[in-house]
Design a protein around this ligand. Structure first.
Ligand code: SF4
Ligand code: SF4
Length: 328
């Protein structure tokens, strides 16, 4: 059966929400999962839009609190204290938005496809969740939407680190032709090739897997698994058996993620807003709408297909890529 995805503008967000059964959400404190941007990033969600969505939920007797997790890399969001400072800088304070803001980094283990993921407590313990996902490009996964909001944003720092480390390359000497493609595509210059030697600087490697994706000779394999596969699994760890409404902000679509201080340029005109109860359907619809205007854009700029996360998510039962788009 096709999943319904509503396509709307900022003035009809409430109308879109009213198409879902919100009875179970009413009178509950629910996490409003939101990536609140990185220092110096220019494209993260607008506080005015977040406030509008929060107000629409409150008008329906839902009690949201903005929620996110700390990150594994060094930076202001590495600690809860730093993230709370950034929240003030980016204007997501309780005073501005009208609801509490909570940052969490303690987790509980959930096993998916034989791997352990630590889901942060506020998601783990919630039966109902609201997801606000800004859609944009991503250096490792091609693009980021609802699946990525949870697959990376809903787990602990330790799980984030493990996911990245597991998608680092392992060199296969007997297959390598020393063509140099992996070194060319590595965004962090972590690979060097001289004559018949292949070297990797582990300190520079981010575990994006782009080198593996672009080697046509099976000269590189993942240490554990493709990052888009573990991303789908981690999202399922956060979301399985939960009641979730997903809201995708398909505007300010930059090359890179909201965690990248140099995420620009904008690579597609603004599209609008999508609402659904299926994370795979809403991400597939977001990608299709972007590709209608800019075919193949994420493969071109990030050298990886964003559709892999859709395929993996569907295969492990996170949701359906088959959808019906209804314009409001
Ligand atoms: S892209 Fe593959 S074949 Fe080419 S140098 Fe890298 S590992 Fe070797
Ligand atoms: S995984 Fe990413 S950062 Fe690491 S070597 Fe490959 S392309 Fe470079």
């Amino acid at each position: 059966m096709k999943k319904v995805v509503f396509f709307t503008d900022e003035n009809k967000i409430g109308n879109a929400l009213d198409n879902f059964n919100l009875r179970g959400f009413a009178n509950k404190k629910i996490p409003f999962k939101l990536h609140m941007g990185e220092k110096d990033n220019k494209y993260f969600p607008k506080k005015e839009t977040v406030k509008k969505v929060v107000m629409a939920l409150k008008e329906r007797k839902i009690k949201p609190f903005l929620f996110d997790t700390t990150v594994s890399y060094q930076g202001i969001r590495h600690t809860k204290k730093g993230y709370y400072e950034l929240i003030e800088i980016h204007g997501f304070s309780k005073k501005n938005i009208g609801c509490d803001v909570i940052i969490d980094d303690k987790g509980s283990p959930v096993k998916i496809e034989d791997r352990d993921y630590e889901v942060v407590e506020h998601l783990y313990k919630s039966s109902h969740i609201f997801a606000f996902s800004h859609v944009k490009g991503h250096i490792a996964t091609g693009f980021g939407g609802a699946i990525k909001n949870f697959g990376m944003g809903g787990v602990t720092k330790e799980t984030k680190r493990k996911m990245h480390h597991g998608s680092r390359p392992v060199f296969q000497k007997d297959k390598c032709t020393y063509c140099g493609v992996c070194a060319e595509v590595c965004p962090f210059n972590a690979i060097t090739i001289n004559e018949n030697t292949w070297n990797q600087n582990m300190n520079k490697c981010f575990g994006c897997g782009i080198c593996i994706e672009n080697c046509k000779n099976q000269g590189l394999i993942h240490k554990d698994a493709d990052i888009q596969f573990v991303l789908a699994c981690a999202a399922k760890a956060c979301l399985q058996d939960k009641n979730v409404i997903y809201f995708n902000d398909v505007n300010r679509i930059a090359r890179g993620c909201d965690c990248d201080p140099e995420a620009g340029p904008i690579i597609c005109p603004d599209i609008g807003y999508l609402v659904s109860d299926d994370p795979v359907a809403i991400d597939k619809a977001s990608l299709d709408l972007i590709y209608d205007v800019k075919p193949g854009i994420f493969e071109k700029i990030n050298k990886v297909s964003p559709f892999k996360q859709i395929k993996f998510s569907e295969e492990i039962g996170l949701g359906s890529s088959s959808y019906q788009l209804i314009e409001l």
